[in-house]
Design a protein around this ligand. Structure first.
Ligand SMILES: [Zn+2]
Length: 321
């Protein structure tokens, strides 16, 4: 099943044409509307019209988390604060804070992307979908909630700090799909066993969790405990929150929503862009975000890109670990 079949099965040449068009627009915007980008490009004697298509992307410098820290909270905005409708601040332990800003259109796009990914994993209008969120994770998962609402599922937002209450909620409402972290899902499973029950007694059909950085045992453990497919979703608070890419039911790599995020794989030490199929560091450029697009953002995630068509029928490129 598809949420947006036209985009999810876009022929490669059409996708490239779209990416070229959007890249050109976003570079022009950041150059003219933001001092940080403007200064960096001027230092390299680059003008927006030097970046005509994605093959020119390599002329632009990388960004990383330090850029977002250094320009916290509003330094990377390409519009007045009055145009921002939502701010997602990340306080990550002892690290310095970062903030991501979104316009209303950015929030709509987030819901659209999450709707695509949830439908690819099997969520539909008949689903009862529980979004388990721990208090401090809420901003990054808001799109999951909005996406499930957009699909038309019956959405049950839930406070992850109260495990017993969550288990009762799953049982009482007949939850068929859950989004949570693998750690929390395993905690729920342990608690259910202590209570003389088990997750496989629930009417669950699918579980979504945050992407694990490598082929990690925790996904296999969740699948074993719950007895349903476990779909990994990739998000990065600094760039977008949950919703950059996700597995489909084929579970053969994560489809990157490349109409909105252009992916590159680079060799970490040299910054050289690697050919398709080679493992390196994922770099993302947000093509459609309005408030705070990021250009060539180094994610620290390792993997390779597979542009072959997936058995699910989607043409969207897949990130494989
Ligand atoms: Zn697929």
């Amino acid at each position: 099943m598809f949420w947006n079949q036209q985009v999810e099965q876009l022929p490669r040449m059409d996708m490239i044409a779209w990416q070229n068009h959007k890249l050109n627009k976003v570079v022009e915007r950041v150059y003219h509307k933001n001092l940080v980008y403007n200064t960096r490009m001027d230092k390299l004697a680059l003008q927006p019209d030097h970046i005509k298509n994605i093959e020119d992307l390599g002329k632009l410098p990388f960004m990383d988390r330090q850029d977002i820290v250094d320009n916290y909270p509003y330094g990377l905005l390409v519009m007045p604060v009055s145009g921002v409708s939502y701010i997602h601040q990340m306080l990550d332990g002892s690290k310095l804070p970062t903030a991501m800003s979104y316009t209303k259109k950015d929030m709509s796009m987030w819901a659209e992307l999450m709707a695509r990914m949830l439908v690819a994993g099997g969520v539909n209008i008949t689903s009862v979908f529980q979004v388990v969120i721990h208090g401090d994770q809420y901003p990054g998962y808001l799109g999951v909630h909005d996406g499930a609402c957009q699909v038309g599922a019956t959405v049950v937002p839930a406070d992850g700090d109260r495990v017993l209450q969550q288990i009762k909620l799953m049982q009482d409402f007949g939850v068929t799909g859950i989004f949570s972290t693998t750690e929390y899902l395993l905690e729920v499973a342990r608690k259910m066993r202590q209570l003389g029950s088990c997750p496989q007694e629930l009417p669950l059909q699918v579980v979504f969790c945050n992407m694990q950085p490598s082929k990690h045992d925790s996904v296999r453990d969740v699948q074993k405990e719950y007895g349903v497919p476990v779909i990994e979703i990739y998000g990065l608070g600094d760039v977008f929150g949950m919703g950059v890419g996700a597995e489909c039911h084929a579970k053969d790599g994560l489809h990157i929503q490349e109409d909105c995020f252009y992916p590159e794989i680079i060799e970490s030490a040299s910054g050289q862009v690697l050919p398709n199929g080679q493992i390196g560091e994922l770099v993302l450029t947000s093509l459609t975000l309005e408030a705070m697009p990021l250009i060539r953002y180094r994610t620290g995630i390792r993997g390779f890109l597979d542009y072959s068509q997936c058995s699910c029928g989607r043409t969207l490129v897949r990130l494989k670990k």
